[in-house]
Write a protein that binds this ligand. Structure first.
Ligand SMILES: Nc1ncnc2c1ncn2[C@@H]1O[C@H](COP(=O)(O)OP(=O)(O)OP(=O)(O)O)[C@@H](O)[C@H]1O
Length: 472
């Protein structure tokens, strides 16, 4: 099938003509249609080659019905009743250098991604990317396949493909992971590319500080002299008019100069309240994709990958059991695995079903909307360690207070939907990296010190019991 046979060409022309007259094909979707190459007909199926998973996803979802209708309109003599898509990465390079589906604006020839520096003097990256989050350790399933493919496409061709890329979905479903993965992959493909990851809280703080210190120009250059801006949890800018204004200008400058912007949010643009229409419409310029709660198979695969990367010995039946208990939030799923393996390591025992059931007893999750308030976590932690709440908020560095504070931060991360910067703010305006450090530290200590494991477990169970009680 190296050369398209003429009958297929003729048939394809008819399909294209039909699609041309179809109002459902927006300019953006047309971009995807342009990437399709007909390969031939077999047993009533028209085989179409596409360069990547993203285009296949588009064809099989949003373009499915228009294609089916176009095929239905074909003359019976063609004998075609269906179509199938095949990804052929070999046409990827060609396709990427051709017109990729873009936005409603005119296509502008992109500038090279970044000034490439000499290999001998690699520039220190200021991207703030977390090495933990890459495409290699991102598990693909039905719930995130499309978002993953879009993220890969953006990293491979920054500002050429979909600008902005807008990823939305519930808490703990991998949006931040994808943002960082885009950054790492783009950095590996284009050495010297300037990538910057920022949470919306940090963006806000940077902006406020720059105004307070009369350093608006430093702020501007920090956010405008980059090739890829990865901005997390944009919903945080809701109702913050002047920060939104600053973001609006940053966005426009980057977009006008063909720089890539990737945005995450808990809701799709049209449901984001507290944003000006001009802002929301810009979010819709490029490609919008969601991440959903993973199905059981994907949850098992995520646990398996995590266990492998941490060199944990956990049987499949156990991973399956854990995955069946925690369904909506991947962060919580990982937390479960951490607890189980910490318990096993402390007791120098294998992870078996009895152990898992014991550990999970206290961890059975609450309903989606049954949210625990961080203040309850902080009150319980203070109470448990016989400290005051102010001790936890304050700056005492005594070992006992510092560990209690880290445990409270760890539990806030595990039991609530709060982002790292938000938790940092709660604890006396600390930086999000302090919360990250607390998380890591407590995760490690739970494996090494029985007392810490017991404290975390007892506290979790107290907080949950009290929560259930007050909900009744
Ligand atoms: N598909 C996946 N494969 C592997 N790990 C995943 C996947 N999805 C999420 N995770 C892991 O789950 C955890 C939570 O994901 P992440 O922080 O990206 O969620 P989020 O959607 O940004 O949540 P929030 O909105 O609360 O910030 C991370 O440790 C991440 O690595």
């Amino acid at each position: 099938m190296s050369e398209t046979p003429d009958p297929t060409k003729g048939l394809w022309q008819v399909v294209l003509t039909h699609l041309n007259g179809d109002e459902r094909i927006t300019p953006q979707l047309q971009g995807f249609v342009n990437l399709v190459e007909p390969k031939g007909v077999m047993a009533g199926t028209l085989y179409l080659e596409v360069p990547n998973e993203l285009t296949r996803g588009m064809l099989e979802q949003r373009l499915r019905q228009p294609f089916i209708d176009a095929i239905a309109a074909l003359d019976d003599s063609h004998g075609v009743t269906n179509f199938a898509t095949v990804v052929n990465p070999e046409i990827q390079q060609d396709a990427l250098s051709q017109d990729l589906p873009h936005t409603e604006q005119p296509y502008i020839e992109p500038t090279p991604p970044a000034p490439v520096e000499k290999a001998s003097s690699p520039r220190r990256s200021d991207s703030r990317l977390n090495p933990k989050y890459s495409f290699d350790n991102f598990v693909i399933g039905g719930s995130n396949r499309f978002a993953h493919a879009a993220a890969v496409a953006v990293a491979e061709a920054p500002a050429k493909a979909y600008n902005p890329l807008f990823i939305y979905g519930g808490s703990g479903l991998g949006k931040t992971h994808l943002l960082h993965a885009i950054g790492h992959y783009a950095e590996s493909l284009y050495p010297g590319i300037r990538v910057r990851y920022v949470s919306s809280e940090e963006f806000t703080n940077d902006f406020i500080n720059s105004i307070a210190n009369n350093r608006a120009s430093v702020f501007q250059s920090r956010y405008r002299e980059i090739d890829i801006l990865l901005i997390d949890d944009i919903q945080f800018l809701q109702g913050k008019d002047s920060t939104q204004e600053a973001f609006f200008h940053t966005f426009n400058t980057l977009h006008d100069h063909n720089k890539q912007v990737v945005i995450t949010s808990d809701l799709p643009p049209k449901h984001l309240t507290g944003f000006e229409d001009r802002m929301r419409s810009r979010f819709e310029w490029g490609l919008i994709t969601d991440v959903q709660a993973p199905d059981l198979e994907t949850r098992i695969a995520i646990l398996r990958k995590k266990a492998q990367s941490e060199k944990m010995q956990v049987g499949n039946d156990i991973l399956e059991f854990m995955a069946s208990k925690v369904s909506s939030n991947i962060r919580e799923l990982e937390g479960t695995l951490i607890r189980v393996t910490a318990f096993a390591s402390l007791n120098r025992t294998e992870v078996d079903m009895a152990l898992v059931q014991t550990v999970l007893k206290d961890l059975i999750t609450l309903d989606e909307d049954n949210v625990i308030a961080p203040v309850d976590i902080i009150n319980h932690t203070a109470d448990y360690f016989k400290l005051t709440v102010d001790d936890l908020y304050g700056s005492s560095r005594s070992q006992a207070v510092a560990t209690a504070r880290q445990i409270a931060m760890y539990l806030c991360r595990e039991m609530t939907n709060l982002s790292l910067p938000k938790i940092g703010q709660l604890f006396g305006n600390r930086d999000h990296t302090t919360v990250m450090y607390a998380n890591k530290k407590i995760t490690e200590l739970m494996k090494e010190r029985r007392s810490i494991y017991n404290q975390v477990t007892e506290l979790t169970s107290r907080i949950k019991q009290n929560h259930r009680f007050t909900q009744k």
